[in-house]
Ligand binder design. Structure first.
Ligand code: DP6
Length: 329
């Protein structure tokens, strides 16, 4: 059988996906907007063998854990059902980032696996179809199908057919924008984004306030992207991220993803702004901040942030491409 190989990049949300209206289909409570980044990626290879029973997964050259393999296998069953095929999948993924450290590795992994599966069977799946299917693996993966700025439409249907991602601007559409990914000292995160958002939906008294505020955040971020307005984009993205983490602080038991270094980075970025520099911070469900800056100031900002105690690395990245076929893993 043919091997399909595809690469996808992680995305960072500017308006976060936070809470599900249907956990089995990963249907979101709210729409979200992200940017796909060019530095961190996952490459996946998929072979579907009609005479093979069961699926196997290799992650960075070693067999996946039973939990990872089960999640992947459930995902492949959905792809098989959509494609109308049977047989076992052998999949390998390699990532150039620490897994499960709050750096959205699952967004890139499921986007790459979806495309690799389609390539291995020569299925002519469209971008909306790839996005809907990647969503079933991990909600945020629906956005990594596209490069640049991306909106994942909430949709209203129970079957999820209208819940997929659409491009808002290509990777080249805003070339003066850069992102500094700040890695802080931490182990694997204690609570996954999947469990964290579920806990928030079920227990946080602030969750309804979060939902009520999203429509305006989406409008302002769409407008900022359209107008290439970094101050507007950054201020809304920062406030949206802090608001998301606030819902976690109010959950039972409380959810606190930050370390001391995360707080120091937030304070430093806010101080830089007071000095007149355009820098804004966002943080997914983990401790690592991502700072939005103008490209020509990225190196200066990265250097300043790298000196904060507890910061273990900084990487300057830019808007990156959507999922693509590649020739080797
Ligand atoms: C905080 O996409 O990892 O990063 O759908 O359960 O796999 P599942 O969750 P996931 O959640 C990402 C949450 C977030 C915000 C975002 O990426 O929009």
């Amino acid at each position: 059988m043919e091997e399909g190989i595809a690469r996808a990049h992680i995305n960072i949300a500017l308006v976060k996906y936070w809470g599900k209206r249907d956990p089995s289909l990963n249907l979101p409570m709210n729409g979200s907007i992200s940017v796909t980044l060019d530095h961190y990626s996952v490459t996946a290879s998929v072979v579907v063998e009609s005479c093979q029973q069961g699926d196997s997964l290799f992650v960075n050259g070693v067999p996946g854990s039973s939990q990872e393999t089960q999640r992947a296998s459930e995902f492949f069953s959905r792809l098989r059902a959509t494609a109308g095929v049977s047989g076992g999948v052998t999949a390998c993924t390699t990532a150039n980032m620490p897994m499960a450290a709050g750096l959205a590795s699952s967004s890139a992994a499921f986007a790459a696996l979806t495309k690799a599966f389609a390539l291995s069977l020569r299925l002519p799946w469209s971008l909306p179809e790839l996005s809907r299917l990647a969503r079933l693996g991990s909600g945020s993966a629906s956005r990594s199908i596209h490069g640049g700025f991306v909106e994942w439409l909430r949709g209203n249907r129970d079957d999820g057919q209208d819940s997929y991602a659409v491009p808002l601007g290509t990777m080249d559409s805003w070339s003066s924008l850069a992102f500094v990914v700040v890695q802080v000292e931490s182990g694997p995160k204690a609570v996954s984004s999947r469990d964290g958002m579920q806990r928030v939906v079920e227990t946080s008294p602030l969750y309804q306030g979060w939902l009520a505020s999203i429509s305006e955040d989406l409008t302002r971020v769409r407008q900022a992207i359209h107008q290439r307005n970094l101050s507007q984009l950054g201020l809304v993205a920062e406030s949206n991220a802090l608001k998301m983490h606030a819902t976690g602080l109010a959950a039972v038991p409380p959810l606190l993803y930050w370390t001391g270094a995360t707080v120091s980075v937030i304070r430093r970025v806010q101080a830089l702004r007071e000095e007149g520099l355009k820098a804004y911070v966002t943080i997914d469900a983990g401790p690592h901040p991502v700072v939005l800056v103008e490209s020509h100031q990225a190196a200066t900002v990265a250097d300043l942030l790298s000196q904060i105690p507890g910061v273990t690395g900084v990487v300057i990245t830019r808007p990156g491409p959507g999922v693509e076929a590649v020739s080797s893993i």
